[in-house]
Design a protein around this ligand. Sequence first.
Ligand code: SF4
Length: 243
Amino acid sequence: MTYETNARHELRERAQSLSEAYEGQAATEVLKEAARGLFPGRIGLVSSFGTEAAVLLHMVSRIDPDMPVIFIDTRKHFDETIAYRDDLAARLGLRNLRTAAPAGQALAHEDPDGTLHQRDPDLCCHVRKTIPMRQALSGLDCWITGRKRRQAATRSDLSLFEQQERWIKINPLMDWTPEDIAGYFEREGLPRHPLEEVGYPSVGCAVCTQPVAAGDDPRSGRWADSGKTECGIHFENGRMVRG
Ligand code: SF4
């Protein structure tokens, strides 16, 4: 076993034991412990500033407003998402919002006419999301995600803590229902993403997101008419990461 393989094996075992230790605890308690006890100064939140993102952003703002909050600006977002990001960050007092974006050289090489998402969406997500995110995570040991088990078949067996490459990821809201999310928004008086009320229950890049009919799978508007369901930032070596 190489040193790197061994290190990742140890990290996976650590993620498993953390999941066993913290499974069933409230999301805020898990986050507090992660920020203050487990990974102090080495943890960040990766946020899409999508329709449910305000819950974790609010929790982080109350636990540590200086925690890095990483937004991946693919240069393909809706203007409404950018405005919502700026509004939420200001309202919540988040003091360490970091924007990760694809390098101009990479875009000029891989997507010179801006249509890569039509020809090869997996490569487009790799260039516009995965590479900038990995760079933004350098210097951190752990990142927090807002993924939920109910969102997709690929997420149905999420664990609370997971290993991905050299990081540990935490999914503190993995079991939250739409009602749990709605209740939190209401209790804390959080603003909704402006596109939600016009038919976008899940929001990604503008060119890859369509509105959906009431009652349809919220994520069915993402990469609609294609088999793609994940952008790839949660993949390792082309495969979905498991706990
Ligand atoms: S969601 Fe679409 S536009 Fe955005 S990075 Fe992925 S393929 Fe490209």
